[in-house]
Design a protein. Structure first.
Length: 197
């Protein structure tokens, strides 16, 4: 199965989903965007790994999104209470634009850092890492921090997949993703819940 024609759409998908995670005010939309983000991760990881190993990334990401979604729906965790300046949507979109420009300008130099990586994998990985850092720097709510960590980790997994193709590494990275989901679910269960109106 050759998915080379989906590489550029996968990068666009990663930009859209990571931007959507940053500006979304609905937890349902954010969980859906996280699940879609792992489809883009699957396509970029598939360039270096066999389909069975790349599917592990996709399934681990979907399970993690489901775990976080189930915990949010059962605890009614606060999602968007920190909407104050400078965390407004316009400011966030401006920051996303700056991150994308910075990533595209550094890709030619970054290609020498990891030999054997394709430009599409470098672009996808750096976009997700940068957007994850941006997400973590702007927002303090536990659910938003968890989504930022997932974004950062997904970018790292894309870059690491191009360097290492071991089954053990694939399992360990998927285990980290699932562990992050369990820790995030626990943190969401112990945070204050919003009151019924």
């Amino acid at each position: 199965m050759n998915l080379a024609f989906l590489v550029f759409p996968a990068i666009i998908l990663l930009v859209i989903t990571s931007t959507g995670l940053l500006i979304s005010r609905s937890w349902r939309a954010s969980i859906g965007l996280l699940a879609l983000q792992y489809v883009g991760v699957f396509i970029l990881v598939y360039q270096s790994w066999p389909v069975e190993m790349a599917m592990v990334k996709l399934i681990a990401g979907w399970i993690s999104a489901a775990v976080i979604g189930l915990m949010v729906s059962s605890t009614r965790a606060v999602f968007e209470a920190d909407e104050v300046w400078p965390a407004g949507r316009l400011f966030r979109l401006f920051m996303v634009l700056l991150v994308i420009i910075a990533v595209w300008s550094v890709i030619p130099q970054a290609m020498s850092w990891l030999p054997g990586i394709s430009p599409s994998q470098m672009a996808g990985g750096l976009i997700l890492i940068s957007m994850g850092i941006l997400h973590l720097s702007l927002i303090t709510l536990p659910l938003r921090v968890i989504l930022g960590l997932f974004t950062f980790l997904a970018g790292f997994e894309i870059l690491y997949a191009a360097v290492e193709s071991s089954i053990l590494v694939a399992g360990l990275l998927s285990g980290i993703t699932l562990t992050l989901a369990l820790i995030g679910a626990y943190l969401l269960s112990v945070q204050p819940v919003e009151e019924e109106v």
